[in-house]
Design a protein. Structure first.
Length: 230
C-alpha cells in the first residue's frame, strides 16, 4: 500500500512538472513597442455637402459643382483663359485731333483681336498738354475730341460695336511718363501729352469696379484722373 502511494505521488509530481513546462510566460512589453489601444474612426460632425473640401459652416459657396477648384472660402477660383489685354498710344500734332495714317497697322491689329474676343471692352483715354489747355482756355475740349476720333474710327472703319467702347476725358491731368531717361526729350516732353491711349480687355468692363490687383495696376491711374463722358 505504501509502495502504491509513493508511486502515485511520483506520477502526480511528474505531471505537475510537465504542466508547468507547458505554461505560457507573459512578459511586459518594452517601452519601444507600439501600444495598441481601442481605435475609433473620427468623423466631423459638420458635413461638406458639395464635397469641395470646405465644411458647410465656413463654405461661402455651398453648392459648388463637382471638379471645380475652390479657395479657402469654398468659392470657385476664377481662371481667365484666352484673355486679352492690349494697348495702343497715338500722338497728335499741336491743337489737332486728327491721327496720322501711320497707325493703320495698329488699328488693324486691334480689330483682329476684338473680333476674336467678342466679350472684350475698349477704353479710350483722350489727353492734352498743359500748354494746349492754356491756349484753349476751356473753349474747346481737345482731349474729348481726340478720344471721339478714335472711337469713330473703330466704329466706322473697323466695325466695332459702339456699346463695347467707353471714352474718357483725361485733359492734362495725366502727363506722359517716360521711364527710359536715356531717350527722353525734355524739350519736347509736352508732345507726348498730345495723345490717346486705347486699351482693350476681356477682364475689365467697369473702371469703377476693379476687382483684381492686376486690373488696378493697369487701370486705376486712369480711373482716378479721367472722367467718362461717352
Amino acid at each position: 500500500m505504501t509502495t502504491n502511494l509513493k508511486l502515485n505521488s511520483a506520477v502526480l509530481l511528474a505531471a505537475s512538472i510537465g504542466l508547468a513546462s507547458c505554461q505560457t510566460i507573459t512578459t511586459a512589453p518594452t517601452k519601444d513597442a507600439p501600444q495598441y489601444e481601442n481605435i475609433r474612426t473620427m468623423q466631423a460632425d459638420i458635413p461638406d455637402s458639395d464635397g469641395d473640401g470646405i465644411l458647410d459652416d465656413i463654405d461661402e459657396c455651398p453648392q459648388t459643382p463637382a471638379n471645380v477648384v475652390v479657395d479657402n472660402t469654398g468659392c470657385p477660383i476664377v481662371v481667365y483663359t484666352g484673355s486679352l489685354e492690349m494697348e495702343l498710344r497715338g500722338f497728335f500734332e499741336p491743337m489737332s485731333s486728327q491721327l496720322f495714317d501711320k497707325y493703320d497697322k495698329e488699328f488693324a491689329i486691334i480689330e483682329e483681336n476684338l473680333n476674336e474676343h467678342l466679350d472684350a471692352k475698349v477704353f479710350i483715354f483722350g489727353h492734352m498738354s498743359s500748354n494746349e489747355l492754356e491756349l484753349l482756355k476751356n473753349k474747346d475740349n481737345l482731349s474729348r475730341r481726340r478720344a471721339l476720333t478714335i472711337k469713330n474710327r473703330l466704329v466706322e472703319k473697323h466695325y466695332i460695336a459702339s456699346d463695347r467702347i467707353s471714352t474718357y476725358d483725361c485733359s492734362d491731368r495725366y502727363p506722359f511718363i517716360d521711364t527710359d531717361f536715356r531717350k527722353i526729350d525734355f524739350e519736347n516732353i509736352e508732345s507726348r501729352d498730345r495723345r490717346v491711349s486705347v486699351k482693350a480687355s476681356t477682364q475689365v468692363d467697369d473702371l469703377a469696379n476693379l476687382e483684381y490687383a492686376s486690373d488696378r495696376k493697369n487701370y486705376e491711374r486712369y480711373s482716378k484722373r479721367c472722367e467718362i463722358f461717352e
